[in-house]
Design a protein around this ligand. Structure first.
Ligand SMILES: *Cc1c(COP(=O)(O)O)cnc(C)c1O
Length: 431
């Protein structure tokens, strides 16, 4: 049984000095209620909180921790780098090495810029496509989350879903009017936007596997059709692979589905837990970035030596033989068994997974293909499940709209323990 006396104190103290006691909204447990655990340390697949509770972690720093917590090669790389200076604001050879590793993994990245967060990468991508095409509009999909820059905060998933209309306040109508929203997995909704805005659409930005409305894979025709529409209309295709990059395959979703986007954004897993992100793609587009071109983007800590060291160490490990086969197999085993227990216990849960990411949808038995379906699942049932699992020492993402993640450190032992907890909890969910 989880105890949270100390977390409660820490949470109250944090709330005095930080909005909601957190530095990123979903951490606050707003969607499930209760007090979030305050983490003391983490190792492998486990988190340890300040009350002494131990959890098997399926959040993994929201996907960044794909090698498991405190992965030895990452810690060694960061330590060695730190001794040589933690930031220079001048070029290093390691940045080139890392960019080359990215290009080897995702050949569409002919040219790469490193940054510190996924939000920065997507924000720059939007500016770059506008600067390159001289067109104002972008198309995104409802429930797609692309970080917190102004033009991408409309109809967004993840923590934005807690806000009225899934849209932030503080955005100018003038900005919002150039962000068009289509329905995920629905080409007709895209065509309707091209019909009204024709040749004024700079780009489509899409999560090739939606991971911010839980886990929603693309239908077979969806991504190829987007590629086709962009080509027909002279728009660019941006794959936001901040979550899916190095998560579903070494080459990301674009390799898995064999689609070549014009631009790709990366983050989360590429830095092995350090702040590292990237924007890359066609050379003729990327060269529009300053200092070569007129589209400005910069960063004091971009290509930071610690982050790049962690990134290089991570990518080298992720390139090892069979890594993604194993990760995918373990993830499939977890969700297949959860589905099986759900059927046996007569609990309505539908599970979806790709590579090392998964989603559990409560109250439904049919595949989920878009945001409105993801939002219509049973939140009460999820919340009961979430807290019951937390009590059993299993930490799932504290919202029905967040995907779950496995890491290298999730072995049969952790998965079996998780399934044992599911077996114990599911019968108590029956009403
Ligand atoms: C997490 C995420 C972002 C934002 O990245 P940050 O590093 O949190 O700024 C952008 N796009 C997608 C698809 C994400 O999952």
């Amino acid at each position: 049984m989880r105890t949270d006396n100390y977390a409660r104190q820490q949470y109250n103290r944090a709330c005095q000095v930080m909005p909601g006691g957190v530095n990123s909204p979903v951490r606050a447990f707003q969607s499930v209620g209760g007090i979030p655990p305050f983490i003391q340390c983490a190792e492998g697949a486990y988190l340890l909180d300040s009350d002494g509770n131990r959890y098997i972690d399926y959040v993994g720093s929201w996907g960044a921790g794909i090698l498991g917590h405190a992965a030895e090669e990452v810690v060694t790389a960061i330590t060695a780098a730190a001794k040589k200076g933690v930031s220079f604001g001048a070029p290093t050879e390691h940045e080139t090495e890392f960019a080359e590793l990215l290009r080897t993994a995702l050949p569409s990245l002919q040219c790469v810029r490193l940054m510190s967060s996924g939000s920065e990468a997507t924000m720059t991508a939007v500016r770059l496509v506008r600067g390159y095409t001289h067109r104002p509009y972008i198309i995104k999909f409802a429930g797609g989350y692309h970080g917190h820059s102004d033009s991408l905060l409309a109809d967004a998933g993840s923590g934005v879903a807690q806000l009225a209309g899934s849209t932030s306040s503080g955005l100018l109508n003038e900005t919002q009017q150039y962000t068009l929203t289509a329905k995920y997995n629905d080409l007709n909704s895209v065509d309707a936007l091209y019909h009204t805005h024709g040749d004024q659409i700079a780009a489509i930005i899409v999560e090739p596997i939606a991971g911010n409305m839980s886990c929603v894979p693309p239908l077979p025709d969806f991504l190829p059709s987007l590629r086709k529409r962009c080509d027909q209309h002279g728009s660019l295709l941006i794959f936001d692979e901040v979550m899916t990059g190095f998560r579903v395959d070494y080459g990301g979703a674009q390799t898995l589905y064999d689609i070549t986007p014009d631009l790709t954004t990366l983050g989360k897993a590429i830095g092995g837990g350090l702040p590292l992100a990237a924007l890359g793609g066609r050379r003729d587009i990327m060269t529009h970035l300053a200092p070569l071109g007129q589209v400005y983007q910069a960063g004091t800590l971009s290509g930071n030596p610690l982050a790049v060291a962690a990134g290089i160490a991570s990518l080298k490990s992720l390139a090892s033989d069979g890594f993604y086969q194993r990760l995918t197999k373990n993830t499939q085993h977890l969700v297949n068994e959860i589905s099986h227990i759900a059927r046996t216990e007569n609990i309505p849960v539908h599970c979806q997974s790709v590579g090392g990411m998964f989603g559990l949808f409560f109250g439904v038995s049919e595949p989920i293909t878009n945001y409105s379906q993801a939002c219509a699942t049973d939140k009460t049932l999820f919340t009961t499940f979430f807290h019951a699992m937390l009590n059993e020492g299993i930490y799932f993402a504290p919202s029905p709209l967040e995907a779950g993640f496995l890491s290298r450190a999730h072995s049969a032992k952790e998965i079996d323990a998780t399934l044992a907890a599911v077996c114990k909890i599911f019968p108590t969910l029956r009403r």
